[in-house]
Design a protein around this ligand. Structure first.
Ligand code: NAG
Length: 528
């Protein structure tokens, strides 16, 4: 209470101090720019234009609330991106300099007329920009909107210094879904820390908040487990096509978690079990189910699925998993741990159900909730476990009956590894072709008729990597479809429309080019 009062007084004094200098400001007649004609993706909830502009120039200063956790970092991130975008230095949190006439305030407030913790409110006026958010995550989403409003070119006729004119008005915004994810398969092909960071950075620009890492599969084990070193020594040494593979040390993984967290993105680790485990069984043969249908482990560089299984009746398998899950859980702040659970054709159904229930208990013992591919909902699991739909909708109905929430990743709509069209050189086709318009034109809220919106946590776009082995190829399959998914996750249905979306997407071409994103130049988008 007292704290809030002091904060209000401090803010008031700052405002008075700045208004006192009002007379020094140049009077600028901004050209009529219209905030209503913006290219913001994902589309904000509400945009109310006014008839002026804010001139971003070398006298602009960002003022952030230093006392609230994370706000100063949001200000610094904005300054860094402005520098990168238009090569303009904007100081953060400095005591006011004489030359500073324009302010960008990033404030914490508890009184937004919106409910999401990621909500924000952006006022663009001709002498200041005020971004209000309940917490740093909301402020971070808000600065992405602001970045998208900064024009590429300055107007050099308005004042003595170059000015980048941002149209004025008010934006009220919050996400439709709390879970907006992308997944990367780093097992079929390994992607370096820097490659993953670039993808995370791009996802942050589009307000994603989850990044799921598929860390293990038949062809590779990609995360260091100190108590079981052969997992990466042997299991990490190859990949699809016979390349040398690779793995993340625990330090690498922590660095990625921190990098994502700075962008208010949570990393969710996945260890795919009990199938998709050839690399683990190759490293430690006792894990392999030698008496069942599973194929004897060997280095696998092909793209087949469904032939491996752990021996789920052995207690040593569970002590191994206790170590693995324990080590990863200790360096992973997410409340979720993804246990895979898909395509266990080499495990009997009885064994599979028994296994999922035992592994769920291990995950919970390490303080996490399970996420699993849709098959896990056949087991008797806790309602806290989250179900990720990729294929069988009837499993999703079982999951909801059990009280679980759903993440939607339907293969035929959201698999970024599906080809755009028959000529696409990369990608697969088992779930169909996914051109840019069909990726965008569907409604997650009604995808499964029987479900209520409340049953759905959100959406996630998986990118399996059997056919991609570097960042250019990753970008080619992900962009621009993943930009459309950002809008499916963030924007309310009534604000979404393909015609309007394509017009806005065209406005992102220069961003993609500046960031050297190797996007697919879909003929359906009127690119310049
Ligand atoms: C599925 C597999 C996955 C594979 C992908 C390719 C899931 C949950 N499982 O067969 O291992 O990489 O499709 O599209 O998707």
């Amino acid at each position: 209470m007292k704290n809030n009062f002091l904060k209000t007084v401090a803010l008031f004094l700052v405002i008075i101090a700045f208004s006192a200098c009002e007379e020094k400001k140049e009077i600028i007649n901004y050209p009529q720019t219209d905030l209503a004609i913006n290219t913001i993706i994902p589309k904000p909830l509400k945009v109310i234009p006014t008839n002026s502009g804010f001139g971003l120039d070398s006298s602009t200063v960002i003022y952030t609330n230093q006392t609230v956790k994370g706000f100063e970092n949001v200000g610094k991130y904005l300054a860094e991106k402005i520098k990168h975008q238009i090569n303009l230095d904007v100081p953060v949190n400095t005591s006011r300099e004489e030359s500073a006439t324009r302010m960008i305030f990033i404030n914490q407030t508890d009184s937004l007329p919106l409910t999401s913790p990621e909500a924000y409110e952006l006022y663009i006026k001709n002498d200041s920009i005020i971004l209000n958010a309940k917490n740093a995550a909301g402020a971070f989403r808000g600065i992405q909107t602001l970045r998208q409003l900064i024009p590429e070119k300055s107007n050099d006729t308005l004042s003595s210094k170059p000015m980048w004119v941002i149209p004025s008005g008010k934006i009220l915004d919050e996400p439709n879904f709390s879970y907006r994810g992308a997944m990367l398969d780093v097992a079929r092909h390994f992607f370096t820390v820097d490659e993953v960071k670039k993808y995370i950075d791009l996802l942050a620009y589009y307000k994603f908040n989850k990044f799921h890492m598929h860390l293990t599969d038949d062809q590779g084990w990609r995360i260091e487990i100190k108590s079981w070193p052969k997992l990466t020594e042997i299991g990490g040494a190859s990949e699809v096509g016979g390349g040398e593979g690779g793995f993340y040390t625990q330090e690498d993984f922590k660095a990625l978690v921190a990098y994502a967290a700075d962008r208010h993105i949570e990393i969710i680790p996945e260890v795919d079990l009990p199938g998709h485990t050839n690399a683990a069984s190759l490293s430690y043969p006792f894990l392999h189910d030698a008496n069942g249908r599973a194929k004897t482990p060997r280095v696998r560089t092909d793209m087949l699925v469904g032939y491996s299984s752990f021996d789920v009746r052995k207690d040593t398998v569970y002590s191994f998993l206790d170590d693995v899950i324990g080590e990863i859980a200790a360096i992973s702040p997410s409340k979720y741990f993804h246990i895979g659970g898909d395509e266990t054709f080499a495990t009997t159904k009885k064994d599979y159900l028994y296994f999922v229930e035992r592994v769920e208990a291990i995950v919970e013992k390490h303080g996490k909730n399970v996420i699993g591919w849709n098959e896990i909902s056949q087991a008797n699991i806790s309602p806290n476990s989250v179900h990720q739909l990729w294929k069988e909708v009837h499993h999703s109905l079982e999951a909801v009956k059990n009280g679980s929430k759903i993440i939607l990743s339907p293969g035929k709509k959201m698999y970024l590894d599906m080809k755009y069209d028959n000529d696409t050189k990369l990608g697969l086709t088992w779930a169909g072709l996914i051109p840019v318009d069909s990726a965008y034109q569907w409604n997650p809220e009604t995808y499964i008729e029987e479900l209520d919106k409340d049953d759905i946590l959100g959406i996630e776009a998986p990118l399996w990597s059997e056919t991609i082995s570097n960042l250019e190829e990753l970008e080619y399959l992900a962009f621009p479809r993943v930009i459309g998914y950002s809008e499916l996750g963030w924007s309310v249905q009534k604000n979404r429309n393909w015609e309007d979306y394509t017009k806005r997407l065209v406005g992102h071409q220069s961003f993609l080019e500046k960031e050297k994103v190797n996007y697919y130049p879909s003929a359906k988008i009127p690119w310049n």
